[in-house]
Design a protein around this ligand. Structure first.
Ligand code: HEM
Length: 437
């Protein structure tokens, strides 16, 4: 965090005055507003939020400045059009994300200002669906992601993790913890949960790496996505009358019962299969924290009973993503803390900001391994709450247990400032985590 206002967001001319950059809204409403003259609302300035290549676990200084400015501000991001509202307080974030007056499906119809350069919404994609469609898609796979469903893959996940750590130890230090453990482990776990047969897991690993890495070029990435989709199409079709509880069987059965189309099922399967990337990057930040603040790792080695709560505190603290994710569109006029949001206007929430709300988390900048209660929103809130939340916690706890206990002398193999960080990425994390022991 910094108080240096020069790193804060720049004020733009108010695009509310500029119809070309204003978000699309109901034409009738627009005419009425034009007749009424300039926007009569007392609007906060629009702040430009550039894409920053932040390193380590630094909190975004622009977001810090926006939080200081007020609970509801306005932002413009590097891509898309116009401006959007930004909501940062914990209770407001929970309200917006759990209120049907804010729609995800409506985002498909606008070029909302955004961080990501490309906006290729896939019709039927779970992130852009509203209830009841969204509920229908999520319900089909829900059993695999419950505590019981996740528990069913814990033993095999632990064995897979041990095998990866065995191999790393056998080869000897130094090693890249990301390459050897943090990247392959979530892929192995998700293959279990998806019901991908063991002999196909290597292929799945290769496709996932190609889809997620930009270094091989867009063409190879697209091709890998098509191949993965073709693979899941076959698997889902084969499993149309399955009663098993892995994700592809659940999807196959839902297609068999006519509850979703094959395309919807395959779209969801691909999204879930590559969702483990979030765990790789998030745990990369987590191990960076544990390796650069050895007092935290020592405490967790000495008091293992603290680990479940500590993982949640680290999840709260970690700046998981750059800027903000997907917006929502207000479907009617809504007032939040005095800010008059009009129907048709886009609204972003920041889960990262909500996790630092001092009214909910006393001394929010401090990592308190015993923080309780800890109602963080790192996995989101409301209907779009991350389906992988319980799974990600299980994976992260296994990695913390295994790595801390099996490698008592683990330390960074390079000075902290030489750890390479992902650049231009939506999800933040180390490119590699060179370690020795
Ligand atoms: C530490 C790891 C993870 C973090 C911090 C995380 C965080 C999030 C967040 C904040 C959201 C967005 C909520 C919103 O749109 O408002 C989300 C959505 C999602 N996540 Fe995760 N996630 C993680 C791991 C995973 C895993 C392992 C999977 C797959 C198994 C997964 C699959 C998804 C999917 C499919 C969505 C879209 C849900 C929807 O729109 O209904 N995530 N996640």
């Amino acid at each position: 965090m910094t108080d240096d206002t020069t790193t804060g967001p720049a004020v733009l001319d108010d695009p509310a005055e500029d119809p070309a950059s204003a978000p699309a809204d109901d034409p009738g409403d627009r005419t009425a507003r034009a007749a009424a003259g300039a926007d009569p609302r007392d609007l906060p300035p629009v702040r430009f939020w550039p894409a920053l290549d932040l390193t380590a676990v630094d909190f975004d200084p622009v977001l810090a400045e926006l939080m200081r400015e007020g609970p509801v501000t306005r932002i413009r991001l590097p891509n898309g059009e116009g401006w959007a509202w930004l909501v940062t307080r914990h209770d407001d974030v929970r309200m917006v994300t759990n209120d049907t007056r804010f729609s995800r499906a409506a985002v498909m119809e606008q070029q909302v200002t955004r961080l990501a350069p490309h906006f290729i919404p896939v019709p039927g994609a779970v992130g852009f669906a509203d209830p009841p469609d969204h509920t229908r898609l999520r319900r089909a796979v829900a059993p695999a992601f419950t505590a019981r469903g996740v528990e069913a893959v814990r033993q095999r996940s632990a064995a897979a993790l041990d095998a990866l750590v065995d191999a790393m130890i056998a080869q000897g230090p130094p090693a890249d913890l990301t390459e050897r453990v943090l990247s392959p482990f979530p892929i192995a776990v998700i293959c279990e949960l998806m019901g991908v047969p063991a002999q196909d897991q290597e292929r799945m690993h290769t496709w996932t790496q190609l889809i997620l890495s930009s270094s091989h070029g867009a063409h190879l990435s697209e091709q890998a996505k098509d191949e993965m989709a073709a693979y899941f199409t076959d698997l889902v079709r084969e499993r149309h009358d399955s009663t098993a509880e892995d994700v592809t069987s659940l999807l196959g059965a839902a297609v068999g019962r006519g509850e979703m189309t094959v395309e919807e099922a395959v779209g969801l399967a691909v999204l879930i299969q590559i969702g483990g990337e979030a765990v790789t990057n998030n745990s990369g930040q987590m191990f960076y924290l544990l390796l650069t603040r050895p007092e935290l790792a020592e405490r967790l080695r000495a008091e293992p009973e603290l680990r479940p709560g500590a993982v949640d505190e680290l999840l709260r603290y970690i700046p998981h993503r750059s800027a903000v994710g997907l917006s929502r569109i207000a479907m009617e006029d809504v007032v939040i803390r005095g800010a008059q949001i009009r129907a048709g206007e886009p609204v972003y929430v920041s889960y990262l900001a909500a996790n630092r709300d001092p009214d909910v988390f006393p001394d929010p900048e401090r990592i308190d391994l015993e923080r309780s209660p800890n109602p963080h929103v790192s996995f989101g809130h409301g209907p779009h709450y991350c389906p992988g939340g319980i799974l990600a916690r299980m994976e992260t706890q296994l990695m913390v247990d295994t790595v801390l206990d099996r490698l008592p002398g683990l330390r960074l193999a390079v000075p902290p400032e030489e750890v390479p960080w992902r650049r231009g990425a939506l999800i933040r994390g180390p490119e590699a985590l060179p370690v020795t022991w």
